[in-house]
Design a protein around this ligand. Structure first.
Ligand code: SF4
Ligand code: SF4
Ligand code: FES
Length: 227
């Protein structure tokens, strides 16, 4: 059975592509060689941020090109880089307070609360939720809500207040990791064991294992019970 071909428009140029392709695959099918705008191909790196409309619908939609299938009459453009303000700071010179986040990103206080950012996020993150947490000084909550952010910048591209909230949220996750997250005693002990060579022979054995055997060992590994 032949492939079902559909019309799409890439940066305004008409192409016919199979409807089974992702946007990323369709771009390559149409002859684009992506250097920027592609990374992991698995929905993790945020490099393939894409904006599109379907002809006849006034609304803009947002997607990761590697995770989204083409649709008939899709009009699309990639935004592989969005120039975002990035204040410089040294985590080692911070004390880990919520006020420091607002000192570094004071513009966060100018959020209009319009929620356009949340509607723009291809990860379906409650962006306004973490912006509000930053404003309230709740770093653990901001870190938690923004945990799946892939730094694509789409939420910034449409923000009427021009807030680089994904970078402010990254600072919250960094502060949480360095200053606020509970310390794991058994992790410290395990690192010490790694340093003193307790696992050197076992790691060498794993490295020499045929892939199929390695997969079995991985599938049968001990997993810590959830608390
Ligand atoms: S789009 Fe900008 S102004 Fe609107 S809620 Fe999000 S951060 Fe605030
Ligand atoms: S929060 Fe912003 S930068 Fe992060 S994934 Fe969503 S749209 Fe992209
Ligand atoms: S290429 Fe990495 S998220 Fe799409």
């Amino acid at each position: 059975m032949g492939e079902n071909m559909i019309d799409i428009y890439i940066m305004g140029e008409h192409h016919r592509v199979p409807d089974s392709l992702t946007i990323l695959q369709a771009l390559e099918y149409a002859g684009y060689r992506l250097i920027r705008g592609v990374g992991c191909r698995g929905g993790f790196c945020g490099a393939c941020a894409t904006v599109y409309r379907i002809a006849g619908d006034y609304r803009l939609k947002f997607a990761l090109a590697c995770q989204t299938k083409v649709e008939p009459n899709m009009q699309l453009a990639m935004i592989p880089y969005f120039p975002a303000h990035q204040p410089r700071y040294r985590l080692s010179e911070l004390k880990g307070t919520a006020q420091e986040v607002l000192n570094i990103y004071p513009e966060m206080l100018t959020c209009y609360g319009c929620n356009t950012c949340t509607k723009s996020c291809p990860q379906e993150i409650d962006v306004l939720g973490y912006v509000s947490a930053i404003i309230r000084g709740d770093i653990p909550l901001a870190a938690d809500i923004s945990f799946d952010c892939i730094m694509c910048g789409l939420c910034v591209s449409r923000c009427p207040a021009e807030l680089v909230k994904h970078h402010a949220a990254l600072l919250c996750r960094r502060i949480y990791g360095k200053f606020l997250a509970p310390r794991s005693e058994h992790l410290k002990q395990r690192i010490q064991e790694v340093k003193t060579g307790k696992f050197t022979a076992a790691i060498a054995e794993l490295k020499n294992m045929p892939p199929e055997e390695l997969k079995k060992v991985y599938a049968n590994r001990d997993i810590e019970p959830e608390e």
